[in-house]
Design a binder for this molecule. Structure first.
Ligand SMILES: [Zn+2]
Length: 324
């Protein structure tokens, strides 16, 4: 940890650090896209706040936060950078309560910051193409997370809970796929059905890959469309099987789920279902830039800042940020 680095303690150092990540080749006008250094001038003098640039192409002014999740924020940029650092480097995440204490901002502000940062962490799966490919292995699995609604005990049933068979249990379903030695993609779905799982796998996995799953019949039919489909029979207590030089297991995806669940249980505790996809994006972000891929904390943070700078943000009000 290097929490006393200048970008975390000084607002100007934070701005310069963000500028270096967002604009590695010099400032780019967010209004017209002009990147010609001779046509962009730094606004000088006491009348202007530091970090303000003027675009001589479109005659608009801008700073490094324009169009990012930091835009129009009253929170000092060094606090934002500390928040992005903490969230990107803590394996199981960091709660808004903890950030509220560490940053000296209100809980409400910390909550708002973490949700904005999560929004920025989401990988654009459309532009990065499918996972896997020839000779690559994909593991897919589904998991269930969250509290099941506790049903009220019924006197007629002598204190045993009355379970309404027509009411679906409040378990949240997550379907995810991971390329061994590569990236993960996790999705919150209403129900894991053959159709939803098929849609996710066919959009996110190259069918030239070998697919490893458990014996669930969700994958039986779609598995035939992959180069090969191998299953391990978990109900038969089979977890790893050796087939020649191939090791059939779904431990990689189960480890992903295990980190996610421990984080959700230990760190976050309460998570509205409407926000679950953002937490998934947060855990995916860290996994896809994990230290096993030689990404260190500082590097991961800079990747996040570059990512934040590369996204266009639109929002109607503070709590309702959407990425365009
Ligand atoms: Zn411009």
């Amino acid at each position: 940890m290097r929490l006393d680095a200048p970008e975390f303690t000084d607002v100007d150092a934070a701005r310069r650090h963000l500028e270096a990540q967002r604009w590695p080749n010099g400032p780019v006008c967010p209004h017209c896209g002009n990147a010609d250094a001779t046509k962009i001038t730094a606004m000088q003098g006491k009348a202007h706040r530091p970090g303000l640039w003027n675009c001589n192409e479109c005659r608009e002014q801008f700073s490094v936060t324009v169009g990012t999740v930091f835009e129009r924020s009253k929170i000092a940029l060094n606090k934002w950078l500390l928040a992005t650092y903490l969230l990107s480097s803590s394996k199981k995440g960091m709660s808004s309560h903890q950030l509220h204490r560490m940053l000296g901002v209100t809980y409400k502000t910390a909550w708002f910051m973490t949700h904005r940062i999560r929004l920025a962490m989401a990988d654009d799966v459309k532009s990065s193409g499918p996972l896997g490919g020839q000779g690559k292995t994909i593991e897919a699995d589904e998991t269930y997370i969250g509290r099941v609604d506790v049903d009220k005990p019924s006197p007629q049933r002598r204190g045993r809970p009355y379970i309404n068979p027509n009411r679906p249990k409040a378990k949240r379903t997550v379907v995810a796929l991971v390329e061994r030695g590569g990236s993960v993609r996790s999705f919150h779905v209403e129900h894991a059905t053959k159709a939803t799982v098929r849609e996710i796998l066919f959009t996110n996995a190259d069918r030239k890959s070998t697919l490893y799953t458990d014996e669930s019949n969700l994958y039986t039919e779609l598995g035939r469309e992959f180069d090969a489909h191998r299953t391990v029979n978990h109900s038969g207590k089979e977890y790893v099987r050796h087939e020649g030089d191939k090791v059939v297991h779904s431990n990689t995806i189960e480890n992903v789920f295990s980190v996610f669940k421990r984080g959700m249980l230990g760190t976050y505790q309460h998570c509205g279902e409407a926000h679950l996809h953002r937490y998934l994006a947060e855990f995916d972000f860290r996994y896809n830039r994990r230290s096993a891929l030689n990404v260190e904390d500082t590097m991961r943070h800079d990747m996040l800042l570059a990512k934040i700078g590369g996204k266009r943000l639109t929002y109607r009000r503070l709590g309702d940020a959407r990425l365009a």
